[in-house]
Design a protein around this ligand. Structure first.
Ligand code: C2E
Ligand code: CA
Ligand code: CA
Length: 939
């Protein structure tokens, strides 16, 4: 800044100085020219005057009559201005060679009695000037002029200048002063053209050294003396204001230096005057950044900076308040992050609101979610400086909502507010005016922020944060807390039923186990699985299934009671934690309550569902200490409950573990066997008595399982295959194998009525089952009525889909037989409804024949009923002849059992048939190439 100041002063100063210097220089030059002009002119006139004077004297001496040359010589010789005299004969040429001869014009002049001026330079370079005149004798008198006299006061005239007297050939006649080096005198002569116009003109300054100039004057000698003119030249240096000699420099630079100094001083003081407040302002800004708001309190300037300081103070005051407000909010945010409790947050927030807004009381009212007249109130008393206990109040929620949701927040007087909200003697009820501000969540007013003022409300709340801002912040807090609660529920509770999820449940189990171990007590975990829940999903849809699960959850909660953890583990599996029980019987009682509680049918979408559950009961710490172990034990026990016929509760026992392991072994072994094609089919004859040859076979699957027993009973592995689904693929293999075998026998000439194949419900539920069936028949080339499918009664209770499949099958002409009749539902309506062609009386009834009267009556009635319904009847498991006799008597002639034939390999069937027919004495069947070479069976 200082530099700028100096430059801005120096530039005009130096321009001005330069201009003045130039002007005065040229003025000086002009003066110098005039003085030089005067100099040469006056010196020239003086010279001429001297010459003329001398000439006059000479003339007068000579013209005195009668004088001889010698007289004249004597007289002249006495004159001061004569240096020497010579007389020469006037022969036109001086006799002495060293004297300059007159030229013809001068000769004429001399003869005419005039004088001539002649000059010459000797060998030493000295100039001799002669005034020549004719003597009366006719000779010429050469008077050498005394140069000291002639040039006497040249130096006075010249002064500082150099004065040159040159002849027409630029010979120097006289030099006064020291001419500059390298000067050629010829250049000093004015050009002829110039000479004619003005004698005193500057001569070619080009040849002059720099800094010099000249003026000249022509001394005209031709008229009086017949000689060429002399040129008087004065040379001078250009005049300069700042010559080294004078002190102009000193002054000039002194003045400039002084100016700079003054400017520097001036600028520095003025800059400092501005910089100091600026510096203070900067410091104050920094201090504000460090929350120090006392910037210029002590300053008392009265200029513009004073104004600035005062408005800065005002601003920092505002900032102080706003910072405080922001800090309050930041504090709330911090609290919100670490304490998810509303009361704690309001503890911090309400006093700050009171301080920042300058009110006399602050209250937050939160409406109860499901009530139109109840709310909780959190109050802060300014007078007591403390948070008052939370109040439950009764208020008109709808009126309050309407009031505080007006576009501009209402400011109401205490009387009308008190009637609405504040029946208790809080500060708020004593306030003069009250401002209400809605607390909103998703557009809903869920509460009110009430700010009470003692007197008039301050016109402008200048904190930068208004009541509305605080209301917004509290709304945000409430929303956040709600969100956090929702997330907590999502993370810990099952969304469908609202029960605990595995996560939370496992926490509770862990705590309960630790507590039980510490107290050397017991606890129990019940593992609950609904029976046949899948059917509900399949028949009524998943929505109905979900609704049913919700009802089940409610019933579980009702049965178990508050204070116990109930969880949905997934699907239709639930778990109940009884954290502390006196003895295992407590667990059983709870389990039985649950079973009873579930007995009542559940109605969903107008449809009734019968729900039962199987419960596995475990006791900890005996059955396990980790959730996983307990759940596994519960699962095993539950599985046993299902095995035992569902709808019951079973305690876990350690042997169950073994059973489970064996079952798993069985499953994997079965998978392997199927892959290795280890399964085989045996066939058992079904014989119709009376009509010899009317013969069928039932295909029975065989698995050459472990090493010790040749065959593992299908009653063991088929249910397992049904459960794990392998039966679908295995069943298809059985069907195709049986059909292929049937055709092979026919091709071999063995005539059989049909082959009967057992089908499990799992197969019938496969959508593609009918296609599989038809393709098996088509592949083997069988007629459809040469195949019989055996289903159990439980299959019939499977709903409309299976019913349709069965009708479809029967529609294609395939025979359907109802297996194990009498052990299941034995419903007559089923028999009528389904296209069943044949009923197989279960072996258990046949066993008691003919001695067990009840069995006899039952067998008889089944046979009669079937006759009425026009169904064929087959008696299964006929082992004795007595049984055969009885059955024959009762009207059942189609028999199956060891008495007639055990299940046998396919290769043994032709031999068996041949023997049977021969014993019955019937005519030999058409079969020819009966290749029955295998082990024969006892018929
Ligand atoms: P089921 O369909 O009732 O088959 C008849 C069972 O009774 C066969 O036992 C047979 O060997 C046996 N049996 C026949 N006559 C007599 C007799 O006079 N006295 C005695 N004590 N038993 C006799 P198996 O072969 O052990 O089959 C048991 C059950 O396994 C079958 O009962 C059937 O429900 C199932 N099963 C067998 N093979 C298959 C199959 O290929 N597919 C399906 N889904 N189930 C099969
Ligand atoms: Ca069967
Ligand atoms: Ca059977």
């Amino acid at each position: 800044m200082i530099a700028l100041y100096i430059i801005s002063a120096l530039v005009p100063l130096s321009l001005c100085t330069g201009f003045l210097l130039r002007e005065s220089s040229s003025q000086l030059t002009r003066t110098q020219i005039q003085s030089l002009d005067g100099l040469v002119r006056s010196f020239g006139m003086t010279l001429l005057g001297r010459l003329n004077g001398a000439d006059d004297v000479l003339k007068s001496i000579i013209s005195v009559p009668g004088r001889t040359d010698n007289d004249i010589g004597d007289e002249v010789g006495k004159l001061v201005w004569v240096r020497s005299l010579r007389r020469v004969a006037a022969a036109g040429q001086p006799s002495e060679a060293e004297l300059p001869p007159p030229d013809p014009r001068q000769v004429d002049n001399l003869r005419a009695g005039k004088s001539a001026v002649l000059w010459d330079t000797d060998e030493r370079g000295n100039v001799q000037i002669y005034l020549v005149r004719a003597l009366p004798s006719g000779r010429w008198l050469y008077t050498e002029l005394n140069s000291a006299w002639l040039w006497a006061d040249a130096s006075d005239y010249a002064g500082d200048a150099v004065l040159l007297v040159l002849d027409a050939h630029a010979e120097r006649l006289n030099v006064t002063g020291t001419p500059p080096a390298g000067l050629r005198p010829a250049d000093l002569l004015p050009s002829p053209a110039l000479r004619r116009t003005d004698a005193a003109l500057a001569v070619s300054p080009a040849s002059l050294p720099r800094g010099w100039f000249s003026r000249s004057w022509e001394m005209f000698l031709a008229g009086s003396y017949g000689s060429p003119s002399w040129q008087l030249v004065a040379l001078s240096r250009h005049p300069s204001l700042l010559s080294d000699s004078n002190e102009a420099y000193l002054y000039l630079f002194g003045v400039i230096g002084l100016t700079i100094l003054m400017i520097a001083w001036l600028s520095m003081t003025s800059i400092r005057r501005q910089l100091r407040p600026l510096g203070l302002l900067t410091q104050a800004t920094r201090r504000i950044a460090q929350r120090d708001f006392d910037a210029f309190r002590t300053l008392t300037w009265n200029d513009e900076f004073g104004d600035l300081a005062r408005s800065f103070d005002a601003m920092s005051d505002k900032l102080r308040v706003q910072f405080a407000a922001l800090e309050a909010l930041a504090e709330v945010d911090r609290l919100l992050l670490c304490t998810p409790e509303l009361e704690l947050i309001l503890d911090t927030l309400l006093p700050r609101i009171a301080r920042l807004i300058g009110c006399s009381s602050v209250s937050v009212l939160l409406f109860d979610p499901d009530s139109s007249e109840h709310a909780r109130a959190y109050d802060y008393s300014v007078t007591q400086h403390e948070q008052l206990p939370v109040r439950r109040i009764t208020t008109d929620v709808a009126a309050l909502r309407a009031l505080c949701e007006q576009p501009s927040p209402p400011l109401i007087d205490a009387a009308s507010a008190g009637s609405l909200v504040f029946e208790s003697p809080t500060d708020l009820s004593r306030a003069a005016t009250i401002r209400l501000q809605a607390l909103k969540h998703d557009g809903d007013c869920m509460g009110v922020l009430c700010v009470g003022y003692g007197g008039e409300v301050a016109a402008g709340e200048d904190t930068g944060i208004s009541v509305a801002d605080f209301a917004d912040r509290i709304s945000l807090i409430l929303t956040n807390l709600k969100q956090a609660e929702r997330l907590r529920r999502q993370a810990n509770y099952d969304s469908l039923t609202g029960l605990q999820n595995r996560q939370l449940f496992s926490d509770h189990v862990r705590e309960a186990v630790v507590a039980a171990e510490a107290a050397r007590g017991l606890g129990s975990l019940l593992y609950i699985d609904l029976d046949h829940f899948k059917r509900v999903n399949d028949t009524a849809g998943h929505m109905a299934g979900d609704r049913l699960l919700r009802v089940v959850a409610e019933r579980l909660t009702a049965c178990v009671g508050e204070g116990h953890s109930i969880a949905r583990l997934g699907g239709d599996e639930f778990a109940v934690l009884l954290a502390s029980i006196a003895d295992p019987d407590n667990a059983r009682r709870v389990a039985e309550r649950i079973l009873t509680g579930l007995q009542e049918p559940i109605t969903v979408d107008g449809r009734q569902h019968l729900v039962s559950a199987s419960i596995g009961m475990t006791v900890f710490p005996a059955d396990g200490t980790k959730l996983e172990d307990l759940l596994k034990a519960g699962d095993i026990a539950m599985y046993h409950a299902k095995e035992e016929g569902r709808g019951r509760a079973v305690f876990f026992q350690s042997e169950m573990q073994q059973t489970l392991i064996e079952r798993m072994k069985l499953e994997s072994g079965m998978q392997r066997a199927f892959m290795h094609n280890d399964f085989a089919l045996h066939y058992q004859p079904i014989v119709r008595e009376g009509s010899a040859g009317a013969l069928a076979v039932e295909a029975l699957v065989r698995w050459p399982g472990s090493n010790q027993s040749p065959y593992l009973s299908p009653t063991v592995f088929v249910p397992v295959a049904e459960e794990n689904g392998l039966i679908v693929k295995l069943g298809e293999w059985i069907l195709r194998t049986a059909c292929a075998q049937f055709t092979r026998w026919r091709n071999d000439g063995l005539k059989l009525e049909y082959v009967s194949v057992n089908v499990s419900v799992r197969q019938l539920r496969e959508p593609a089952y009918v296609l599989t069936l038809l393709s098996a028949l088509a592949e083997s080339g069988m007629r459809t009525d040469e195949l019989q499918l055996e289903i159990t009664e439980s299959v019939l209770a499977n709903g409309p889909e299976v019913e349709r499949t069965l009708c479809d099958i029967a529609g294609h002409g395939v025979r359907l037989a109802l297996d194990d009749f009498g052990t299941g539902y034995s419903s007559l309506s089923y028999l009528r409804k389904y296209p069943i062609r044949t009923v197989k009386i279960d072996r258990s009834f046949i066993q008691g024949l003919p001695h067990d009267v009840a069995a006899c009556r039952l067998a008889e009635s089944i046979i009669v009923m079937c006759n009425v319904l026009e169904k064929n009847v087959i008696a299964e498991g006929v082992e004795s002849d007595e049984q055969r006799q009885f059955l024959r008597g009762a009207g059942c002639t189609t028999l199956q059992g060891y008495l007639l034939g055990r299940p046998m390999e396919a290769a043994d069937i032709p031999g068996f048939v041949r023997r049977l027919r021969s014993t019955l004495g019937a005519e030999a069947p058409a079969e020819s190439a009966a290749t029955g070479t295998g082990r024969s069976q006892r018929a």
